[in-house]
Design a binder for this molecule. Structure first.
Ligand SMILES: Nc1nc2c(c(=O)[nH]1)N[C@H]1C(S)=C(S)[C@@H](COP(=O)(O)O)O[C@H]1N2
Ligand SMILES: [Mo]
Length: 224
């Protein structure tokens, strides 16, 4: 098991902070609401020349495609307001994003009918698997703006995935590719002790039930 899952499972959780009754139903079990925006990732923040950045679409497709940043910006743009939930126990409500709806992008691709899953590839050496059905939900975006501004480097500039209904490690920052797959395969955290599907309302944090996530894990991280 990866050392993060190993370390986290040793610590027992503390009691959940109070939230107002109007929003309580939107906060998954074991989460604390924050107004801040924690920054979490493995490795360094990558740097890009936007003119040479591209997103590669491959795997179970009739033809591979590569999109430049400019080409993605020329597609219809969608804004969404949603809640996000990190497995380290912070949730942020009413976050505003803008980008390309995954469902819209799909219409430009010739994805083979037997594709059921996607692996989202990202820098640096990050990947995460998501069922195709989940990627087709209305507020799943390839996002390049947050809160009315371009994404910051640390939050995934130039492009990140946004899958708000799953724990936030599925929302890969600095995406480089989308690989369509017939069969499921585990991504980085999924191989390292975390849950394959990651529904926050079912607390699907880890692949093993003995694991625990401490409530103060995210407080040790960077914010903006
Ligand atoms: N490329 C990449 N994307 C990533 C990660 C990473 O390590 N590399 N970490 C994930 C995790 S664990 C979380 S909680 C979110 C954090 O996004 P944020 O820093 O914008 O809050 O990014 C996810 N996307
Ligand atoms: Mo995370």
């Amino acid at each position: 098991m990866h050392k993060k899952a190993e370390r986290l499972k040793k610590v027992t959780s503390i009691k959940q902070a109070a939230v107002s009754p109007e929003v309580a139903h939107r906060v998954p079990p074991g989460q604390t609401v924050t107004e801040r925006f924690p920054i979490l990732h493995e490795g360094e923040v990558p740097e890009y020349d936007i003119n040479s950045w591209s997103l590669r679409v491959f795997g179970e497709v009739e033809e591979e495609r590569t999109f430049s940043f400019e080409e993605l910006l020329a597609l219809p743009q969608t804004k969404t307001v949603c809640d996000i939930h990190c497995v380290t126990r912070w949730s942020k409500l009413d976050t505003e994003w803008e980008g390309i709806k995954f469902k819209d992008l799909m219409q430009l691709l010739k994805v083979k009918p037997d594709a059921q899953y996607a692996m989202i590839h990202a820098d640096e050496d990050y990947d995460t698997n998501v069922p195709l059905a989940d990627l087709l939900e209305e507020n799943v975006l390839l996002a390049h703006r947050f809160d009315g501004e371009p994404l910051t480097d640390k939050h995934g500039w130039p492009m990140r995935l946004l899958v708000p209904h799953l724990y936030f490690w599925k929302s890969a920052k600095w995406i480089t590719g989308i690989e369509f797959m017939k069969e499921d395969r585990e991504g980085f955290w999924e191989r390292n002790g975390f849950h394959n599907y990651a529904d926050p309302f079912k607390e699907q944090r880890f692949s093993s039930e003995e694991n625990e996530m401490p409530e103060d894990e995210w407080l040790k991280k960077e914010f903006d």
